[in-house]
Structures are given as C-alpha cells and as structure tokens.
Design a protein around this ligand. Structure first.
Ligand code: FES
Length: 97
C-alpha cells in the first residue's frame, strides 16, 4: 500500500527501513525524517504523516530501546535541580531579612 504519494513510499518500504536502521544501530531513535533519509527521499506536502506514523507504530521494531526509555524522566529530574534557588530576587532577599 502506498503511504506517501508524493514520494511513492509504501508501507513495505517503511518497515524495511525500520528493520534496516534497527539492525544497523539497535539504540537508534527512529523518526519519519530518518526513514525518508534512509530511503533517499524527503517529505513534500506532509499530508501522509498520520498514515506514515501509524505505519511506523505498527512495526514491532520501532520501539524505543529499553536502555533509552528512562532518559526523559532522568532529564526531567535533572532539570528540576537546575536554575536559581527560591528567593533569588533582591526584593525577596530584602523582605526576608
Ligand atoms: S504524501 Fe507524503 S509528503 Fe506528500
């Protein structure tokens, strides 16, 4: 079935690209842009994106590798510790004193 009519990409092409990328690098994060690039094409109108993403999601090889799944929560926790502490403004420091 043709998924992208602008570039003539089929669901088989998408699955083959995902399999190829997963085999080449088991830890890679696979995106639509990487699939287009792997197939030597680039998106045009973007009208196929919902079907393109559904086709990607239906492939078992698309899943994010287990060791990369906790990166978002680790980054969120790290960000919580960044930045200024409470009461960094001079007006707050003066009123606290
Ligand atoms: S249908 Fe895929 S980019 Fe236009």
């Amino acid at each position: 079935m043709i998924v992208c009519h602008c570039t003539n990409i089929t669901d088989h092409d998408i699955r083959a690209a995902i399999d190829w990328m997963r085999t080449a690098d088991p830890q890679t994060i696979i995106t639509p842009g990487k699939i287009y690039h792997a197939l030597g094409k680039s998106a045009d109108c973007g009208g196929c994106m919902p079907l393109f993403l559904d086709t990607m999601r239906s492939d078992d090889n698309l899943k994010v590798p287990m060791q990369l799944r906790t990166l978002r929560s680790a980054a969120t926790q790290e960000k919580a510790h960044e930045g200024r502490s409470q009461g960094h403004r001079i007006s707050q420091q003066i009123s606290a004193a």
